[in-house]
Design a protein around this ligand. Structure first.
Ligand SMILES: [Mg+2]
Ligand SMILES: [Zn+2]
Length: 190
């Protein structure tokens, strides 16, 4: 087997409320604001051998709050700010649909993660998701890996709802920073 057959682990990060501040239906590049620990957290994951991929539900497209072109500008700004802070992500995938579209990509459906796994030769069993919504951690399990909830963004409000979910997160972390430390430790131990 060639080295190109070796699968790598990944961390799939939610965007809003996890890496950047949550604005309800963020629609302008100027609204993108990184959490102070975002760049460092991404760098630590990459240094530990993870691909870092953003997976984000952007139903604002279908709701006609913003266009896919707006979204491209927003993501350009997002990647520019990360670059300025010394960090780089491997890819961004977004779902433009609402629940009514019954697509395969809207989190917690695993479509975006499966696409990323194909594009980057990812070992999903050794991969993680991190986000501030129940959808984000369920995604991790739906894709065959693990999921962590953060208490940033909408995370705190989700805590009571988690009680009703059959599947619980691997952990509930204060921020992405804490989640990254836990992932690196968990990956070393397993
Ligand atoms: Mg979010
Ligand atoms: Zn979709």
């Amino acid at each position: 087997m060639g080295t190109n057959n070796i699968k790598v682990p990944a961390v799939f990060l939610d965007r809003d409320g996890t890496v950047i501040f949550d604005k309800n239906y963020l629609s302008l590049p100027e609204q993108v604001k990184l959490y102070s620990y975002a760049a460092d957290s991404i760098n630590r994951l990459r240094a530990a051998g993870f691909k870092v991929i953003i997976v984000t539900n952007q139903s604002g497209v279908t709701r006609q709050i913003f266009t896919e072109q707006d979204l491209r500008k927003i993501h350009k700004r997002f990647e520019f700010l990360l670059k300025k802070a010394g960090a780089k992500i491997d890819a961004i995938y977004y779902c433009p649909h609402t629940d009514k579209n019954f697509c395969n990509c809207r989190k917690p459906k695993p479509g975006m993660v499966l696409q990323g796994a194909k594009d980057f030769n990812i070992n999903l069993e050794k991969s993680y998701t991190v986000g501030d919504s129940i959808r984000d951690y369920l995604l991790g399990y739906n894709a065959g890996g693990k999921g962590i909830l953060t208490l940033t963004g909408r995370g705190k409000k989700q805590q009571t709802e988690i009680a009703q979910e059959k599947i619980k997160p691997m952990a509930i972390c204060k921020t992405l920073k804490e989640a990254v430390s836990l992932i690196i430790k968990d990956a070393e131990e397993s």
